[in-house]
Design a protein around this ligand. Structure first.
Ligand code: ADP
Ligand code: MG
Ligand code: ZN
Length: 476
């Protein structure tokens, strides 16, 4: 029996505001435990939350970028449950009336565009963090994270494979980063994802029972956990059993998931409107104001790169995946306005170098203008493409401009015909055997001669001129 998988993702993105959602405490990561706390985020009696306007603005940004309808009036509710990391005994979250609904994100699947609908985006506060003692049976709680603003982005169950889930997540993260509202770091937990997975017979229009997967801390784990879950459900059904609705915990060390709890229903949480917070009113004017500040988004930039720079869509994808890479590319073009060679060098040598060193492009030892100048030197035949690789390595080591390195090391390409003529004659005079071969019809020997000349000139001779001189001497 053939099955089709159905996946919906719930993504929690931590917003990059300076202060928490309902108090003035700092959101900075990595402070000493419980130093970023106050009576409000600790849930003391008699205190009142005050909504951070920046949180709303950032959420509106994301809502516009994902083509959502923005509610003129939305509400905060209390989601009630006990856990030691939740001092108030409830989490403030939007429930019945979220700020945004009915949006979409477009992704590319096997070269085709596919639309993933967004069910809703709502604001909520984060909980604290339990720190489990490594040796003793003790857990400690750190409330620095309680009240840090989150948006939850809930997709429709439009995703059909683990690869699609990965592509969608990368696209969401890219949008959040372009908007500069979330740093998108999965390992540090500022971008988290729960995956809802079910399967149904191929062609069916009734969804199966879903399991919700938690603890997916990297793109790799998301994809592996979904893959595992699809396989697991297939086996359950093939054994004649039924999939039960439950929450499962992914174990990244063992590459399996285990049941964590039966799936709770919304009514278990006793949601009710938070009486301490007024309905949130967002008017047209505010939305227009935010709209005016939005940057060019990944999709628009990708389209522009293909159209204006005539780049293959693969190149445009890679270059626009991160805004800073796109900026670097365009900086480079200002110095050397030939898009395809610039793209090749950025995607190949530069990203290769940064990957190897685990650096982001903002930390590149080679500036965009220096890379542009290097390409100019190649284009003007001051250096050969081969020598350019050496210069590039040296730039990476020292951060020096390419011209300085070329001069210092005497790497200027030899284009002087008479100088090349001398070397060619010298090479030929010590290769009578190869000349005989050549004259006997083994034209490939020309490669040997070129190699010898390049060796004698430390790669500096202009290969085109070397070829010309050789042929003239051998054939002429
Ligand atoms: P809950 O809080 O119960 O998880 P949400 O509305 O927050 O409910 O999230 C539901 C998520 O589950 C959505 O992303 C939705 O697309 C997804 N989903 C719903 N039904 C299915 C299904 N049968 N198979 C897979 N995913 C589903
Ligand atoms: Mg859920
Ligand atoms: Zn506080």
């Amino acid at each position: 029996m053939e099955f089709e998988s159905v996946i919906g993702l719930e993504v929690h993105a931590q917003l990059k505001t300076k202060t928490k959602i309902f108090c003035n405490c700092s959101t900075a990561f990595g402070a000493a435990p419980n130093t970023h706390t106050c009576p409000v985020c600790l849930g003391m009696p008699g205190v009142l939350p005050v909504l951070n306007r920046k949180v709303v603005e950032y959420t509106i940004r994301m809502a516009i970028a994902t083509h959502c309808e923005i509610a003129r009036e939305s509400r905060f509710a209390r989601k009630n449950y006990f856990y030691p990391d939740l001092p108030k005994g409830y989490q403030i979250s939007q429930y019945e009336l979220p700020i945004a609904e009915f949006g979409h994100v477009d992704i590319e699947v096997n070269g085709d565009k596919k639309r993933i609908e967004i069910l809703r985006i709502h604001m909520e506060e984060d909980a604290g963090k339990l720190v489990h003692h490594p040796d003793r049976p003790v857990s400690m709680v750190d409330f620095n994270r309680t009240g840090v603003p989150l948006i939850e982005i809930v997709s429709q169950p439009d995703i059909r494979s683990s690869e699609e889930a990965g592509t969608y997540l990368r696209q969401l993260r890219s949008i959040l980063r372009y908007l500069d509202i979330c740093d998108g770091n999965m390992e540090e937990g500022s971008f988290r994802c729960d995956a809802n997975v079910s399967i149904m017979p191929k062609g069916s229009d009734t969804f199966g029972t879903r399991a919700e997967l938690k603890n997916l801390n990297s793109f790799k784990h998301v994809e592996k956990a979904i893959q595992f879950e699809i396989e697991r459900q297939r086996e359950v059904i093939m054994d004649g059993d039924e999939v039960v609705q439950e929450t499962r915990l992914w174990d990244p060390a063992k590459n399996i998931s285990t049941p964590m709890r039966g799936k709770e229903d919304a009514h278990d949480y006793r949601y009710f409107p938070d009486p301490d917070l007024l309905p949130l009113v967002v008017d047209e004017e505010w939305i227009d104001e935010v709209k005016a500040t939005l940057p060019e988004l990944p999709d628009e930039k990708r389209t522009r790169f293909v159209k204006d720079y005539e780049l293959p869509s693969y190149d445009a994808d890679v270059l626009t995946s991160v805004k800073e890479i796109a900026d670097y590319f365009e900086e480079c073009l200002k110095v050397f306005p030939k898009p395809k060679p610039v793209s090749n060098w950025v995607m190949g040598s530069l990203l290769g170098l940064l990957n190897a060193e685990g650096k982001r492009i903002e930390e590149s030892p080679i500036s965009a203008s220096h890379l542009g100048e290097l390409l100019k030197l190649i284009d003007e035949e001051v250096i050969s493409g081969k020598i350019a690789k050496t210069v590039f390595e040296e730039m990476a080591q020292t951060g020096k401009p390419p011209q300085a390195i070329v001069e210092e090391k005497g790497l200027v390409q030899v284009t002087d015909v008479s100088a090349i003529d001398v070397v060619v004659s010298e090479v030929l005079s010590r290769s009578p055997k190869e000349i005989e071969d050549y004259k006997a019809g083994k034209k490939k020997v020309i490669g040997f001669f070129v190699g010898q000349v390049m060796k004698a000139t430390q790669g500096k001779a202009n290969p085109k001129i070397v070829n010309e001189v050789l042929r003239e001497k051998l054939d002429g």
